[in-house]
Design a protein around this ligand. Structure first.
Ligand SMILES: *Cc1c(COP(=O)(O)O)cnc(C)c1O
Length: 414
């Protein structure tokens, strides 16, 4: 089927939830994707952080093929050999004690919220107010299901679907005074993306994260970190919180965990696990043998990749900083490791830049209106960074000359 036919069919048959770029991808290899016209694209978005090892990684393919021919699904009423081993690896790298497996980011976050409520109940009220309020941050994103949506601090995602889950209040991003104002003994959880992803690649400040940690510790509330986008190597550490030296009570992961297969995980402490009993939570598909076997392989490869991610992240960052110094339209460069953003001075400029980059066969996207987001595969080399920087430099120069050119000149050119 041609792209035109597919677009026509989708227009009639799918719910109109996505505004897709008009490109049909057919295969991938390494850091490249090929479209239906045989054109090669350099992928600096990696399926929004999912394809962290790029495409067709030989070790991932080997495990995937072997396991697909042995066993794809076993329900959670029985054992298979991979959940325990995957949990062992995830707890070792996170410093937490226990894991629960699900299928997506939002599902991991739902479970984390449920566990926070269940744990708080076991503390009893002691004559105080019940402990069930949840504090989340403005500008955050935790997913599309109701609990995750209720804790997502961007009205555009919530507004069509109200009323939301009760008991959630939003705290200004990195505003310790606002956190202290809204925090009291009735709070069971403080929710933070260590680096806000959809919110424009904004790392939480060390002061704010430490303040959240000490407030929650003192009152028996839990610190929930959403590392679905920034976790599992993206920042050059296993988890972004390890760059801060802060240990959460619950962390959620998903995107890159199973090499492109859907898999999410909630990691937590023994203390929280003690509040959970058989039947309280579960999943039909979550933690199946195929996804778990691939995830184990992903984590083995990740062990060997952290230094490379750090090195390439620093290289990329320094090149982006140089572009910022050169182009007036660049107002900020942010992020850690291979989770980086370049903020432009207008939403139109950012939109045009993404489109121009696509014309040059480089995939990036725009988040939070004005931020160009870079989530390349961990396997990129310096030459790939150089290619992206050259293209960006060109595109930003052209944008600038288009904007600053006198009208008569611009007209005579067209
Ligand atoms: C992507 C993302 C989610 C939601 O994950 P899904 O798999 O799309 O449900 C939640 N939190 C963060 C920080 C994310 O980046």
């Amino acid at each position: 089927m041609s792209l035109a036919t597919i677009i026509r069919s989708e227009d009639q048959l799918l719910l109109p939830t996505y505004d897709r770029q008009k490109v049909l991808f057919e295969k991938g290899k390494g850091v490249y994707l090929w479209d239906s016209r045989g054109q090669r694209h350099l992928d600096f978005l990696s399926g929004i952080g999912v394809n962290a090892l790029g495409y067709g990684h030989p070790a991932i393919q080997r495990v995937l093929k072997r396991q697909a021919s042995r066993l794809i699904h076993v329900c959670n009423l029985f054992f298979h050999e991979y959940q325990a081993e995957l949990a062992k690896r995830l707890t070792r790298i996170s410093g937490l004690d226990r894991a629960f497996f699900c299928n997506s980011g939002t599902e991991a976050w739902e479970g984390a919220l449920k566990f926070a409520r269940a744990y708080a109940r076991t503390l009893g009220t002691n004559g105080h107010k019940p402990k069930w309020r949840i504090l989340a941050l403005e500008n955050s994103f935790h997913g599309r299901t109701f609990g995750a949506l209720a804790t997502t601090g961007q009205a555009k995602y919530r507004d069509p679907f109200g009323p939301m889950l009760p008991g959630v209040s939003f705290v200004e991003f990195n505003d310790i005074a606002d956190l202290k104002r809204k925090f009291d003994g009735s709070v069971c959880a403080v929710c933070i993306e260590t680096i806000q992803g959809e919110g424009g690649i904004r790392p939480v400040s060390s002061e704010f994260l430490n303040a959240a940690r000490s407030l929650t510790k003192r009152s028996g509330a839990l610190l929930l970190l959403d590392e679905i986008q920034c976790g599992l190597g993206r920042t050059g550490r296993y988890f972004a919180y390890q760059r801060y030296g802060v240990q959460p009570d619950i962390v959620t992961v998903a995107k890159p965990l199973a090499g492109g297969l859907p898999l999410g995980a909630i990691l937590t402490t023994n203390r929280v696990a003690n509040a959970i009993h058989p039947g309280m939570h579960g999943s039909t598909f979550g933690g199946g043998p195929l996804a778990c076997a691939v995830a184990i392989e992903f984590l083995k490869i990740l062990d060997q990749s952290l230094d490379h991610i750090t090195e390439l992240g620093e290289y990329f960052r320094s090149k982006l900083d140089a572009l910022k110094a050169k182009h007036a339209c660049v107002v900020d460069v942010r992020g850690m490791g291979l989770m980086l953003a370049m903020e432009l001075n207008s939403a139109d400029a950012a939109k045009a830049t993404v489109a121009q980059m696509l014309k040059r066969k480089i995939l990036i996207n725009r988040t939070n209106e004005t931020a160009l987001r870079f989530l390349p595969p961990y396997t990129i080399q310096k030459k790939h960074v150089d290619e992206v920087i050259r293209a960006l430099d060109d595109v930003l120069s052209q944008n600038a000359s288009r904007i600053s050119k006198p009208k008569s000149l611009a007209r005579s050119k067209s």
